[in-house]
Design a protein around this ligand. Structure first.
Ligand code: UDP
Ligand code: MG
Length: 329
């Protein structure tokens, strides 16, 4: 992890007054909706008590998100800012925010108000009842396009069929986690940050509340279909090795079939003598096997690429500077 001049150890007073709740908000080009975000979220947090923090991560925005965040920090020091050296992606932003948050409960939230902040109160209530994790699951995906809805549904079906970790359907990063869960999370060293999978992998007593997800308040989504596809592959390859192993069975099945086919050919040759050899069956076998071999190679490539990324051991993100952030010494 990269530390900069602003990161300093906590004073004893600061240590004594750890925030009750930390919101973690990764932000990429969110300038347009930022004031509205704080205006909505702050009064809700105040209902829990005065002792909260919002850890904002500026993920290499190209607009004036950072300048606005700094202004908000100067107005209210409970709003804290981590500024990345470039865009590292939402998962890295969430990771950094969680790493530097100090609350007894931590809630990652989207900065575009698509995760309704009112739910925070309900989450905190469930947490006080004793749950370590409170999930917020979207009951409908009305605001999404048909393609996005159905591809999401297929993704959740596929991953739950393949992976031994149950990744809850239609649940994003918006959830409450107890400090104990967060401290466990921080010990996971993996660089491929598929957060919803990582969150699910941790376990702990969990409950769910449901909500309808509103449309984006301002600005634009930064996810296109290609990014979503790569994200889905991250999820699958990080949480199951089934695609690597399935070839053993497929290969064995094909070998068995070709053995049966060979027996048929031998039998026919014995009965009828030598026939004109079939061009069609040869081509089919070659093309079919060629396709299977290329696919399996590609899948091995997906894993090897990810192993390579892990082995290089580069940090998940780089903090250029920060405002109001402390390190545990
Ligand atoms: N985000 C980020 N880095 C990125 C892309 C997005 O920090 O590279 C943030 C973004 O500012 C927002 C959250 O991640 O707070 C969710 O992004 P978005 O609304 O674009 O995703 P969607 O709601 O469409 O899934
Ligand atoms: Mg959004």
């Amino acid at each position: 992890m990269q530390h900069t001049a602003e990161l300093r150890p906590m004073t004893p007073e600061e240590r004594a007054a750890l925030p009750e709740v930390s919101l973690v908000a990764p932000m990429y080009n969110e300038s347009e909706g930022l004031d509205q975000f704080f205006e909505t979220v702050t009064p809700i947090l105040d209902k829990i008590g005065p002792n909260w923090e919002i850890v904002c991560v500026n993920d290499g925005s190209r607009d004036d998100t950072l300048a606005k965040l700094i202004a908000h920090h100067e107005r209210d020091p409970r709003i804290k800012v981590i500024n990345f050296s470039r865009n590292f992606g939402k998962e890295a932003g969430t990771t950094a925010g969680i790493d530097f948050s100090r609350g007894k409960a931590v809630i990652p939230i989207d900065a575009d108000l698509q995760d309704p902040p009112e739910l925070i109160l309900e989450m905190v209530q469930k947490w006080r009842e004793g749950y370590k994790v409170v999930l917020a699951t979207r009951s409908e995906r009305k605001e999404d396009t048909w393609v996005k809805r159905h591809s999401a549904l297929m993704f959740y079906r596929l991953i739950s069929a393949m992976s031994e970790v149950h990744i809850p359907k239609n649940t994003g990063d918006f959830r409450l986690m107890d400090r104990q869960v967060v401290d466990t999370l921080k010990k996971l060293p993996e660089k491929t940050r598929f957060m919803k999978g990582i969150f699910a992998w941790l376990g702990f007593p969990t409950t769910t509340i449901y909500f309808e997800r509103p449309a984006r308040f301002a600005g634009q989504t930064s996810w296109n279909y290609w990014k979503l596809w790569r994200f889905a592959l991250d999820g699958i390859f990080a949480f199951t090795t089934l695609p690597l192993q399935v070839w053993t069975y497929l290969g064995a099945g094909i070998s068995l079939l070709s053995f049966v086919y060979a027996s048929v050919l031998i039998f026919r040759t014995i009965l009828n003598g030598v026939e004109v050899p079939g061009y069609a069956s040869t081509m089919v076998a070659i093309l079919f096997l060629g396709g299977i071999q290329l696919t399996s190679l590609g899948i091995i490539g997906e894993y090897v690429g990810r192993i390579y990324k892990e082995v290089k051991g580069r940090p998940i993100y780089i903090v250029a500077n920060s405002y109001g952030i402390y390190i545990d010494d």
